[in-house]
Design a protein around this ligand. Structure first.
Ligand code: B1M
Length: 221
């Protein structure tokens, strides 16, 4: 099992999406993240373990990027490989999707293009019985406000992966609370801390998707 997980981590680190993908050239003709994740699911490997391998691959490419050993195109290929794995995990995370506990609007804040963590949070929240509206990336305050107007009583989730964009949460929360003081806003993403969440008057901070579900259950159900 460990071997399978390591293979997934390697495909994500190297940005090997599937067998047909010509990139990276030295992995030509080998199975990619798509085939290996499919095989892992078929072999009964737990989705959490597959995810752990995927995150390890992302962590490695992120570290290479920090050391100037990888650049944006490589990060994009890793993201593509990660998305291929997530397609296989979706059915598991969404398996519990029965109750309509409420609506959760989620988006990555203005200026930020990181999609994967936010998508993962949306999938897990959806699997726990919430209707999820994913506004995508680079979501402006106006777009959050419009979605709140369209989904009265919703809860809002904001994700940020950059220290330079997490400050935009502050602006969006202020604007939302001004007009919709009862709307709850949860925040998360790698650079965030509980202290920062408190400072910007977020109603909750979650480190991971399960934390977001716990907050939602507490705040709303
Ligand atoms: Co960028 N990037 N990136 N990147 N990128 C990071 C985040 C970075 C840490 C890399 C590094 O330097 N080691 C660094 C940020 C440094 C900082 O600000 N402290 C960085 C940088 C600098 C940049 C650019 C500025 C690079 C440049 O242009 N010079 C640029 C910015 C573009 C922009 O957004 N405007 C940039 C671009 C990109 C790509 C577009 C190429 C690509 C994203 C593609 C995509 O998403 N479709 C990318 C990638 C892939 C990464 C890394 C390698 C991986 C991110 C990821 O998907 N992680 C990342 C390094 C790393 O994370 N190790 C890096 C996997 C994902 C599952 O985890 O998103 O953390 P994560 O989500 C977690 C939790 O954070 C949490 O739950 C998730 C699951 O556990 N969570 C929430 C997230 N949102 C939540 C919301 C919640 C609750 C929990 O409630 C609402």
């Amino acid at each position: 099992m460990e071997e399978l997980v390591e293979k997934i981590a390697l495909c994500i680190e190297r940005g090997k999406v599937n067998r047909m993908a010509p990139y990276p050239p030295d992995m030509n003709g080998q199975d990619g993240a798509d085939e290996i994740a499919r095989a892992a699911v078929k072999a009964g490997v737990s989705p959490d373990i597959i995810l752990k391998g995927s995150m390890a691959g992302m962590q490695r490419i992120g570290e290479k990027f920090s050391r100037n050993e990888a650049f944006i195109p490589e990060l994009l290929m890793s993201a593509k490989a990660m998305n291929a794995v997530m397609e296989h995990l979706k059915p598991f995370f969404q398996a519990g999707k029965v109750k309509h506990k409420g609506t959760f609007i989620i988006g990555t804040v203005a200026g930020d293009l990181h999609d994967i963590g936010k998508k993962l949070v949306g999938m897990v929240v959806e699997g726990n019985g919430w209707d999820v509206v994913d506004l995508g990336v680079d979501v402006s305050t106006e777009k959050f406000m419009q979605a709140i107007k369209e989904h009265p009583g919703c809860t809002v989730g904001m994700s940020a992966l950059l220290t330079t964009t997490m400050v935009n949460m502050d602006k969006s929360i202020k604007a939302i609370k001004d007009i919709y003081p009862d709307i709850k806003v949860l925040v998360g993403g790698a650079p965030l801390t509980r202290e920062y969440a408190d400072k910007i008057n977020a109603d909750g901070y979650a480190r991971d998707p399960q934390g977001a579900v716990r907050l939602l259950e507490r705040a709303v159900v």
